[in-house]
Write a new protein. Structure first.
Length: 199
């Protein structure tokens, strides 16, 4: 094969993918759907089989919920911080690049989590088929109620009365666990050990 043929073969899958997206615009939606945030519910686990997925979708009954979004369907994915699994009615999205899907509350949409890779996922899949890739749910570190810590801070600044589109839901108060538990104390211990070893 000559160089021209090789380049054309490498270019064709991308061209075909673009063609499919332009011919079927209702297949996916790139914008958020604020109606989806009202349907979001934290669950301990997502369905693991097609039949369990269909049963959960029937119970959620997304088609009966009034909205102005396209393809408002059942999803069960992790949240952005990987500490909860969320059942939500939302438009479908194409998840690209062998990544897991997530629900982003701020963007009000299901999207690709670029930090969570999925070895068994195809290069492209539709977000409401996430149950097929159980590997993604293994990345979610579910925080139970006993692990949730809420902090209260005194506020001394004045606020203007600005309306917010961010829902007032308790799941936003969850703080991520801090991986570096020792902070600067760990550096002090390291410094003392280093000084001790050098003598």
């Amino acid at each position: 094969m000559d160089l021209y043929t090789t380049k054309w073969i490498q270019f064709c899958p991308g061209l075909l993918f673009f063609h499919i997206l332009t011919k079927f615009p209702l297949l996916v939606s790139s914008t958020g759907c604020t109606a989806s945030t009202d349907t979001a519910k934290i669950v301990l686990e997502c369905p693991q089989t097609h039949s369990a997925w269909e049963e959960a979708a029937a119970n959620k009954n997304c088609s009966s919920i009034q909205n102005s979004c396209s393809s408002f369907v059942y999803h069960c994915v992790m949240n952005t911080w990987k500490n909860q699994t969320i059942e939500v009615c939302a438009p479908t999205q194409l998840i690209l690049g062998k990544n897991c899907a997530e629900y982003n509350f701020l963007g009000a949409k299901v999207q690709r989590n670029s930090k969570v890779k999925c070895t068994k996922c195809p290069s492209v899949y539709i977000s409401n088929e996430a149950f097929r890739y159980q590997e993604c749910y293994n990345h979610a570190i579910i925080i139970t109620k006993s692990e949730v810590t809420t902090y209260a801070f005194a506020e001394t600044t004045t606020k203007k009365n600005i309306p917010s589109t961010f829902p007032n839901k308790p799941e936003y108060l969850i703080q991520n666990k801090v991986a570096n538990c020792c902070g600067s104390f760990g550096y002090i211990i390291f410094g003392v050990l280093l000084a001790f070893v050098s003598f």
